[in-house]
Design a protein around this ligand. Structure first.
Ligand code: NAD
Length: 358
């Protein structure tokens, strides 16, 4: 069979170096000619932020960062950016912080330089998200893609092991979902599988020793690849499910992704044998479900949606809300009953079934 595909890899500068964020960030701001920098960082990341922005021409430090970017916080940050006459936004933090910077860039048309401190991967995508009245809206605009990402794994050393695992599994979810997402192609699948291999390897090391620099580097490198793959391939079934759950029930982002992923893999793997084979190989296992189960066991991964605050009685409504977002090209058919079954199993944290081992 002949090979036919269309691929877009977004144009972005990436500077990666352990312990080099302050130097790399100052050089980037200089190179971009920015003179009035707005820094967005949550109070919890203030010590890291003080350190990495020490040499910048900062005109405003904005710290009202909330999960899932509520519109009220976005509006306040946009007004603050306009008022101080910022010519560039630097964001230091996880996906929530990057998300707020994207909300500012979307309306105020300011460039972003992102300094990630989790493995969310938002910094590598042109996708923005806003939440209003418990409904999350997302959109795509190249103006929200950070012009530069400064990666420094030293900034992730303070990320507690539990959060590192959940965030890393969020990156793994980008990789796995990219295999059957609407724009999946051989290029973004290659990024996804190298990302999966690197994050799985890195997380195993981080759990054994949270100070292991090689482990932190591998996880951060893999998380970047996961974001590139996701931006290029688009949102598959897993992301559509988690997107609705996060917005409607205010569930924690990384933990929700970490919990739901094995059930989407369980459902989709039999319908996508080539992807299943590649996912298994990247996880060093005979089958993808066994590989992910073993990794999750080793990492003591989040298990049940019930543990994150979802109520059992919300499941039928959640299935109904997800239905309009189902990707047309999912490898197996999905309906309300299948979604209800998947969510029920994820809610209870049942062991994902390995159909190939049955
Ligand atoms: P987050 O940004 O909310 O951070 C989680 C917690 O980790 C916070 O309490 C934060 O203060 C803390 N934290 C961050 N860095 C730390 C560090 N180095 N040490 C100690 N604590 C630290 O969560 P997240 O999972 O990084 O991001 C989730 C958000 O990102 C969601 O809103 C999601 O929708 C968005 N996201 C967007 C995209 C996209 O492409 N647009 C992709 C992935 C995630």
């Amino acid at each position: 069979m002949s090979l036919t595909f269309e691929n877009i890899t977004l144009g972005q500068r990436v500077v990666f170096g352990h312990g080099r964020a302050t130097r790399h960030l100052a050089a980037e701001i200089d190179r971009l000619g920015a003179r009035r920098v707005m820094v967005i960082a949550a109070p919890a990341e203030s010590a890291i932020t003080d350190r990495v922005t020490a040499d910048l021409p900062v005109v405003l430090r904005h710290s009202d960062v909330r999960p899932h970017v509520p519109v009220e916080q976005a509006e306040a940050a946009r007004a603050a950016a306009a008022e101080c006459g910022a010519d560039l936004v630097v964001c230091v933090g996880g996906g929530s912080t990057t998300g707020l910077a994207k909300a500012v860039a979307l309306t105020n048309r300011l460039p972003i330089v992102a300094v990630p401190t989790t493995y969310a991967g938002s910094e590598a995508t042109n996708v923005w998200g806003l939440t209003e009245n418990s409904r999350k809206t997302t959109g795509v605009d190249d103006v929200v893609l950070p012009v530069t990402v400064v990666y420094d794994s030293a900034l992730t050393l303070s990320l507690p092991v539990g959060l590192s695992v959940a965030s890393g599994l969020n990156a793994i979810a980008h990789c796995v979902d990219s295999m059957w997402a609407p724009r999946a192609n051989p290029v973004n699948q290659a990024f996804a599988m190298e990302g999966l291999r690197a994050v799985a390897d890195g997380l195993r090391r981080v759990v054994r020793d949270p100070e292991d620099v090689a482990g932190r580097d591998a996880t951060l490198y893999g998380c970047y690849l996961s974001g590139v793959a996701f931006a290029s391939a688009g949102s598959g079934l897993h992301h559509k499910i988690c997107h609705v759950l996060g917005g409607a029930y205010d569930l924690p982002h990384a933990q929700t992704h970490a919990t739901v992923l094995p059930y989407v893999l369980e459902l989709n793997a039999p319908g996508a044998p080539d992807s299943a084979h590649r996912i298994a190989a990247a996880l060093g296992s005979a089958t993808p479900v066994a590989g992910l189960n073993a990794l999750r066991e080793e990492l003591d991964a989040p298990r049940a949606l019930a543990d994150h605050g979802m109520r059992r009685e919300d499941i039928p409504e959640a299935a109904r809300l997800i239905l309009p977002y189902l990707p047309r090209n999912n490898p197996v058919p999905v309906d309300a009953d299948i979604l209800t079954g998947l969510l029920t199993r994820a809610w209870a944290g049942e062991t994902p079934r390995d159909s190939e081992a049955d």
